[in-house]
Design a protein. Structure first.
Length: 442
């Protein structure tokens, strides 16, 4: 295993190294080069949109851009997003572990307008009228649409862990599963923890956003402890029977890099917390006390999807027609990203959300222009996980639409996982991040 320096990459170098590593990490799909950010910010709220996108994450921002691109900029697109900037959940664990700053994962939406003509409205959609094809905004405006794309991400099911909502609102137990202020907050909690303290991360039963994410978080926190708080410990309290993604690779890395610093406990389903005492309670196992608690509750589709009845899979996820990602609960409404009821072996990941968006954008453009929808779309996915400051493991997959089954299935022999962790894959991970951010936003 080589130990070359994991230095920052320039965009051109990142692009070159990414292309050199494609065979090793699986197909990444069409990715673009990073370009400069414009300073223009849209003013005013239009009353009508041909295509209205709700949500500016990996799925929403990609869909907005690609509807414009694939229509040769002839279809007007409005994107409504409450946050002023795009903040990436992938790579945000590095901020928590101290390897990166928030600026690394924070990017402007301005190029979506200046380069692609997307109207970006900083507001929040409060309701959707699927009969009238219109949405209401918290700022008081109303926008009508011909096609609606809903990409609300996930929300925490706070009630699944007693006491967690109050502890979160008080800033005592943070989830940081939506990158932003809580990312910084959790980092500060770790910095304030004394050497010899315990960091406990509780993982919900699958499905949840980013299957390998909690295990990566445990790894990069351990890397921080190893350097700065060597007497400390990481407890991984997993509601699942085993590690849900890249298990053998994670376990090998933990054993070889951190020894007894990381302890993994499966079948630990958190049911309650006592924030004042620093205690997590479980359905069967004994209570666990720790100095910093990172308790992830069960997750479901974003609130808007639930409120509008789009979440018709146990009231939790949204069923869609996988050929165009139209919601089964409403015509002319397309749901993308982590909110959907996924197909077999389809992860809830940023890369997969980006792939959803491209398939949906192509289908929507075809429908609006009275063209045939691609009958055989394909999706790609790569999830890259840091297990140390400069070592990464990956899992990759390619999914094809099977018309007879009306769903996506992985292609036999495609993708796979790393043979070993390596600093080379850490460089690929940096390149992946820079290129997918460019593909989403520039």
């Amino acid at each position: 295993m080589s130990k070359n320096s994991n230095k920052d990459l320039t965009p051109s170098t990142a692009r070159r190294e990414l292309l050199q590593g494609l065979a090793a990490i699986g197909g990444l799909g069409a990715l673009g080069l990073m370009s400069g950010c414009a300073t223009h910010r849209n003013s005013g709220t239009p009353s009508k949109a041909k295509v209205l996108v709700v949500g500016g994450g990996y799925a929403g921002a990609t869909a907005a851009k690609y509807v414009r691109l694939l229509s040769d900029h002839s279809i007007d697109v409005v994107m409504v997003e409450p946050n002023p900037s795009f903040v990436s959940c992938p790579m945000s664990n590095l901020v928590i572990g101290g390897q990166r700053e928030m600026g690394y994962i924070t990017h402007s939406y301005d190029s979506l307008h200046s380069k692609h003509g997307v109207t970006v409205v900083q507001d929040r959609v409060t309701s959707v009228d699927v009969e009238q094809r219109s949405v209401k905004l918290s700022g008081g405006g109303t926008i009508s649409y011909d096609k609606l794309i809903v990409a609300p991400g996930v929300d925490m099911m706070w009630d699944s862990v007693e006491g967690l909502k109050a502890a979160n609102e008080a800033g005592q137990i943070l989830q940081a599963w939506k990158a932003g202020p809580e990312t910084i907050g959790l980092r500060r909690q770790l910095e304030a923890m004394s050497d010899g303290g315990v960091f406990a991360i509780a993982i919900p039963e699958a499905p949840y956003r980013c299957p390998p994410g909690p295990y990566e978080r445990a790894s990069v926190v351990a890397a921080y402890f190893k350097k700065h708080k060597p007497k400390s410990k990481v407890l991984i309290l997993d509601a699942n029977q085993h590690i849900t993604s890249k298990g053998p690779l994670f376990q090998k890395a933990w054993h070889e890099l951190y020894g007894d610093m990381i302890e993994y406990r499966p079948e630990h389903k958190a049911v309650a917390v006592d924030a004042k005492a620093g205690v997590i309670k479980f359905d069967v196992q004994e209570d666990v006390q720790a100095d910093v608690l990172n308790v992830l509750p069960m997750m479901r589709a974003g609130a808007l999807a639930v409120q509008t009845g789009l979440a018709n899979a146990n009231g939790r996820w949204c069923n869609v027609d996988f050929l165009n990602f139209e919601a089964t609960a409403a015509k002319h409404v397309h749901v993308l990203g982590d909110s959907i009821q996924v197909a077999y072996l389809m992860p809830k990941s940023g890369h997969m959300a980006n792939s959803h968006a491209k398939v949906a954008a192509a289908a929507i453009v075809a429908e609006l222009k009275d063209m045939e929808i691609n009958p055989h779309p394909m999706l790609t996915n790569v999830c890259m996980s840091f297990v140390a400051d400069d070592e990464v493991i990956h899992v990759a997959s390619v999914h094809e639409y099977v018309a007879s089954k009306k769903s996506f299935f992985t292609i036999g022999g495609s993708g796979g996982v790393s043979d070993v962790r390596s600093d080379l894959e850490a460089r690929f991970a940096q390149a992946w991040a820079m290129n997918i951010w460019a593909d989403v936003l520039h």
